[in-house]
Design a protein around this ligand. Structure first.
Ligand SMILES: Nc1ncnc2c1ncn2[C@@H]1O[C@H](COP(=O)(O)OP(=O)(O)OP(=O)(O)O)[C@@H](O)[C@H]1O
Ligand SMILES: [Mg+2]
Length: 154
């Protein structure tokens, strides 16, 4: 069974707010894969997730960032595979291994090779629908992801 929910956003703040709501319930081992064109709002969404996890530090478009535990609830690993210099670096990040230790959020997961990303994950597809309009489609892969999606529509 797979679950899917689509939410629309009319501003960066709305996208951040959805991320914050999701971030508030994320636990170590949760994996989010964010797809969508350049400027679709993936990093803006991660800013909300970081806030929901309790971090005050800013999230930007770096290739790989770890936000440590303080003052957040849980570690946040944020990887942007588009900004790696070399696709071989994806394997070096060992994303599959570190994912158990915190929340893992990956932008441009399409750049990873087979088996480099956890099989169970929540995929979020960002679509640009207007200057400030975005659609966020949440697709669950696995029981935990479906549970997270269920919480979004409450
Ligand atoms: N509803 C919206 N949600 C998110 N961002 C929006 C929205 N409307 C406009 N924007 C703007 O779109 C841009 C999104 O940038 P962001 O860096 O988050 O994109 P991205 O998907 O991470 O791109 P990249 O693939 O380059 O990493 C920002 O400039 C933001 O202000
Ligand atoms: Mg980005």
């Amino acid at each position: 069974m797979s679950a899917a929910v689509t939410l629309s956003s009319g501003s960066p703040d709305q996208t951040r707010a959805v991320g914050e709501r999701l971030g508030a319930v994320l636990e170590p081992g949760d994996v989010l894969l964010l797809s969508g064109e350049l400027g679709a709002g993936k990093t803006v969404f991660v800013q909300g997730i970081a806030r929901g996890l309790g971090f005050n530090s800013s999230v930007s478009s770096k290739s790989f960032v770890l936000l440590g535990e303080h003052p957040g609830r849980v570690k946040l690993y944020h990887a942007d595979l588009y900004r790696l210099d070399d696709p071989e670096q994806v394997a070096e990040l060992a994303l599959d291994e570190i994912s158990m230790d915190g929340v893992l959020v990956v932008e441009w997961p399409e750049r990873a090779g087979d088996g480099e990303l956890p099989e169970e994950h929540l995929r979020i597809e960002f679509e640009v629908t207007g200057e400030d309009g975005r659609e966020l489609r949440f697709v669950g892969n696995g029981e935990r992801a479906e549970e997270l999606i269920g919480g979004l529509s409450d």
